[in-house]
Write a protein that binds this ligand. Structure first.
Ligand code: ZN
Length: 160
């Protein structure tokens, strides 16, 4: 796998777990590394390297920090993947005015960790995320390679 493919995978993973937001940064600075871990690949951006510092004004619910440091190449991978990530997420919630999951039951969230998974004619790769609305459960889901995924189903009752 090329370096770029590896970084894209890391960017997808970072987006899927909320290590970095998918929205546009309010401000972006370029400069020498501040010695902070890269939000995409997790490696430290040293002063001998160039980094981007991203500041997010309006935080998504998954964002933990206001500013993120990323390598220039990781930034490019994130830029590429975040548009795809947003498109996928929006496709699953186009009828909603809120970006929060509805409180009603029956929503399934699927995070693919390993292998490949098909949902209808869409192929998911590790780090990809799929959200199924109620009533769409009879879609065709299969894997050619076998896969590892996390499926989160919201029940009508609170567990515990
Ligand atoms: Zn990096």
């Amino acid at each position: 796998m090329s370096d770029e493919a590896v970084l894209r995978e890391k960017a997808r993973e970072a987006l899927a777990v909320g290590r970095i937001p998918a929205c546009s940064p309010q401000r972006t600075w370029g400069g020498r590394g501040a010695g902070v871990s890269c939000a995409v690949c997790g490696k430290r951006v040293g002063p001998e390297e160039v980094e981007f510092e991203l500041e997010f004004g309006v935080l998504e619910e998954q964002a933990r920090e206001r500013t993120y440091h990323v390598h220039v190449r990781c930034f490019a991978a994130w830029e590429f993947e975040r548009h795809r990530f947003q498109a996928q997420r929006d496709a699953g919630s186009s009828n909603e005015t809120s970006h929060l999951p509805p409180a009603s039951s029956g929503v399934e969230e699927l995070h693919l960790l390993d292998g490949e998974l098909w949902i209808d004619d869409r192929k998911l790769y590790p780090g990809d995320y799929n959200r199924a609305e109620p009533g769409t459960a009879d879609r065709r889901v299969w894997s050619e390679t076998g896969c590892t995924c996390v499926l989160i189903t919201s029940g009508s009752d609170v567990i515990g």
